[in-house]
Design a protein around this ligand. Structure first.
Ligand code: NDP
Length: 328
């Protein structure tokens, strides 16, 4: 077995952005059913900050990062259907993408179409698959459905706005600052609520003639959970899919009865794309809406991989728009 020496952002302890260290590390040949991908662009996701600060525990030392795009450099034994030199992207249940290369299971790979650049693939795969399962599986958005999307100018948020608008939804976007309001409108929102100065639930009631909405897609978590419940109509579905402001406090089920026999789900991507077939279907649908120009990718911030600390400071500052990518 030969080892390859590469550079990566290695984390030896949980903590703030500064725990990432730019170090050399060695990776072995790809194991059976694995391929080695030479990264050309790496997606930054807010989830990486949860891995970093210990909210989602992981074995250390390790690199962060759940997704990247690049080129296949080596094939492990038993790998079928993939070739050295092929352009691919992947999302991984296990962190480790903030490095120049990585061995990944072949069944987590997605072929990148010619119409999508490596940067775009890294910026969109994890976030776009999230948008796919939220809008098309968790709750299938229908024509004229009013829906609420929080953190609407973020990476996942901008994709949700555009895709939901295409599906015919009346999209109510919630953003943290006035600066993000115009961006939400440009990306498909019909109405925008600025959470720092407006009451989300009462504005949603006003916008829906007192009825409320059938679904809220809430990634802010702790700070917006109760307000999001109060946006729902009877038997509405609360999709709490993120913890940007911290994990949601424990909930008494009676609150759901009192507010209108509500439903709540706390979904994660990896349960929706657990099999190769599910991943193929979801990514085909995602690449279809991208190739038809229905959904456009906004890369708001680019950094060198060695500057990942800065990328984390930015995404946690609430000032980023769209996706962030790291370039090796
Ligand atoms: P974003 O680009 O959306 O960045 C996070 C945004 O959250 C900020 O821009 C900010 O928008 C908002 N926010 C609100 N409160 C805070 C806070 N206290 N600190 C930081 N941000 C805050 O990130 P991503 O697109 O990477 O992810 C969006 C969300 O989706 C995350 O919560 C992530 O965990 C979740 N996610 C969940 C998945 C799943 O399968 N469950 C998969 C992928 C992502 P504003 O200022 O406008 O409020």
């Amino acid at each position: 077995m030969s080892a390859l020496e590469i550079m990566g952002q290695v984390m030896h302890a949980h903590g703030g952005p500064e725990v990432m260290q730019w170090e050399s590390l060695r990776i072995g040949d790809p194991a059976r059913h694995e391929v080695r991908v030479r990264h050309t662009a790496i997606g930054v996701n807010l989830i990486d900050t949860y891995d970093r600060n210990g909210l989602y525990p992981m074995a250390l030392p390790s690199c962060l990062g759940r997704e990247a795009a690049g080129v296949i450099e080596a094939l492990g034994a038993g790998v079928k259907g993939w070739q050295v030199g092929q352009r691919v992207a992947y999302v991984s249940t296990v962190p480790g993408s903030y490095a120049e290369a990585r061995n990944v299971p072949a069944d987590r790979l997605v072929a990148v179409p010619d119409s999508v650049s490596d940067e775009q693939a890294a910026a969109v795969l994890l976030k776009g698959l999230t948008a796919q399962y939220l809008l098309r599986q968790t709750y299938r958005v229908k024509n004229k459905d009013p829906i609420v999307v929080t953190a609407a100018a973020g990476g996942v948020g901008l994709l949700l706005l555009q895709w939901a608008r295409h599906l015919g939804a009346h999209v109510i976007a919630v953003v943290g600052s006035d600066a993000k309001s115009a961006i939400a409108i440009e990306n498909g929102a019909h109405d925008v609520i600025v959470s720092s100065r407006e009451d989300m639930a009462s504005r949603v009631r006003a916008l829906t003639k007192g009825k409320g909405v059938p679904v809220v897609y809430d990634s802010v978590g702790k700070d917006t959970f109760t307000a999001s419940l109060d946006c729902l109509r009877p038997r509405g579905l609360m999709v709490s899919y993120g913890n940007a402001s911290g994990p949601v406090d424990p909930l008494s089920l009676l609150e759901l009865a009192r507010r209108g026999s509500l439903f709540v789900t706390r979904p994660t991507l990896f349960h929706y794309f657990a099999t190769k077939r599910e991943l193929a279907r979801g990514s085909a649908e995602l690449f279809d809406v991208l190739s038809r120009g229905i959904v456009k990718i906004t890369i708001g911030q680019r950094h060198a991989l060695r500057d990942a600390v800065q990328a984390h400071r930015e995404i946690e500052s609430r000032k980023t728009v769209g996706s962030l990518v790291l370039l090796p």
